[in-house]
Design a protein around this ligand. Sequence first.
Ligand code: SF4
Ligand code: SF4
Length: 93
Amino acid sequence: MAKTWYPVVDYSVCTECGTCVSMCPHSVYDTKKAPTPVVKVPDSCVDHCHGCGNRCPSGAITYIGDDTGWTPPNGKKAESDGACSCGGGSCCG
Ligand code: SF4
Ligand code: SF4
């Protein structure tokens, strides 16, 4: 549970591919709204997970509370290697 860590979607660059909604195993996104990503249960997001952000092809996802220096690995916002700090755990599918 993470009240100070959850994804925020920049809808100006999101292509509504649905990747983030379908890959998150913690039901953070509202699957009824898919493929549009709507953060429904931010408290269920895993602290410091970058799973959905690492898979977003548009670089549309960033995280509230992110102090890791992570930036989206894909899309026009890409700047770094995008390594996931969770170490490839279950949160990354
Ligand atoms: S994939 Fe990870 S970062 Fe994305 S919403 Fe789910 S738990 Fe949070
Ligand atoms: S993965 Fe990225 S582009 Fe695809 S729906 Fe999610 S936020 Fe939008």
